[in-house]
Design a protein. Structure first.
Length: 367
């Protein structure tokens, strides 16, 4: 099989998302050939997942004031920031009957292999983790998502952090953090990584792109052919861009579920533990673990990752925390598991109370 490789830089969010959707649909119907797009977006844009409320995920006032485009992907997953330091990837392949969302993790693992081997070739020790992340020593370097088109094809999305402005990311994304301090920026920076940091040099985006392209040819067993869009494809892309990705009804669609934020603090024998959470309905969307204790950052990041899009039921939260803690216990440097469990559950309870009482204070005074 041949795989068309399309390379683009500085594309608008609306064009890039439209191109992914259109080519994905056409691959399924046989109108377009299987395609791999490796591209960068015009700096900067904030993109939310298909099923997210954009008002919950992005600081829209900041984005508007700083001319940061916002849009909605056709694939699921969380909110991201994209620009010239983040390599976008869209792989469009014909689907199989068994390629259902119940196999999403297996599919993402398989389709991520070209990225992982490409990063490995460059000297980055990347590995697939959990549902849809690629990590380096416990730190996130790639996020992925998948979408099955109406025509039956698969659209696999990924964002590869060649570089990242963490402060700008926190200003764009709506997180449970009350304020963006130098300490918070440093803490979050320790839980993410990027190719340039890992290799200790100013790696060109195109070097990363070429390594990933080579390894997709190998892992998929295909012949990679450089190409571009056909006239028919460009016409279809322009139509969908105008009707959908430049349409506020698509971008700003909402559901009745609003995020709830809460937090709790606990003084442990090894320092203060400060946990903040975001709930989407009955689901724990994210958790941020802070404080003045000493611990291995990758272990804390692994706890946070394990709690993303997790049931908020106390017994399930406690079990997940215990599983990660037991594997990384020495890296927590005496921070008690029970304190992490109890403070996380207290933060969730406080988030639920904030919704009930409409309080502006995310902390229970007794915490």
């Amino acid at each position: 099989m041949e795989l068309r490789l399309i390379i683009q830089d500085n594309v608008t969010a609306s064009f890039g998302l439209s191109a992914d959707e259109v080519i994905g649909e056409r691959v399924g119907s046989g109108e377009s050939v299987p395609t791999l797009r490796l591209y960068t977006y015009r700096s900067h844009c904030g993109l939310v997942g298909r099923f997210q409320n954009i008002q919950n995920e992005l600081r829209l006032d900041f984005c508007k004031e700083n001319h940061i485009a916002v849009n909605r992907r056709p694939t699921g997953g969380g909110a991201i920031i994209m620009g010239d330091g983040q390599l976008g990837l869209a792989l469009m392949l014909p689907g199989q009957a068994e390629d259902t969302y119940s196999r999403a993790r297996d599919l993402m693992l398989t389709l991520s292999e070209g990225i992982i081997k490409g990063l490995n070739e460059l000297g980055v020790n990347a590995q697939f983790y959990n549902k849809n992340d690629i990590l380096v020593n416990g730190k996130k370097i790639v996020g992925t998502g998948i979408h099955r088109a109406h025509s039956g094809s698969l659209l696999f999305h990924a964002s590869i952090l060649v570089d990242l402005d963490v402060k700008l990311m926190l200003q764009v994304l709506n997180t449970p953090l009350e304020k963006i301090s130098d300490k918070q920026i440093a803490a979050i920076s320790e839980r993410l990584t990027n190719v340039r940091h890992e290799l200790g040099r100013d790696v060109p985006v195109d070097e990363v792109r070429q390594a990933i392209a080579r390894n997709y040819a190998t892992t998929l067993g295909v012949e990679m052919i450089s190409g571009t869009y056909t006239a028919d494809e460009l016409q279809a892309i322009e139509k969908v861009e105008k009707e959908k990705y430049l349409n506020d009804e698509w971008i700003f669609q909402t559901s009745s579920v609003e995020d709830k934020f809460g937090g709790a603090k606990f003084k442990t024998p090894v320092g203060l533990l400060d946990i903040r959470v975001a709930l989407a309905g009955g689901t724990l969307k994210s958790a941020y673990i802070g404080g003045d204790f000493f611990a291995e950052e990758s272990a804390v990041a692994e706890l946070e990752s394990a709690m993303r899009w997790h049931s908020s039921q106390p017994e399930k939260i406690s079990a997940t925390l215990a599983k990660v803690y037991q594997r990384r216990e020495k890296d927590f440097n005496g921070l008690p598991l029970e304190a992490i469990q109890q403070t996380t559950l207290k933060a969730i309870t406080n988030a639920q109370l904030v919704e009930i009482h409409r309080s502006a204070n995310p902390y229970d005074p007794a915490a």
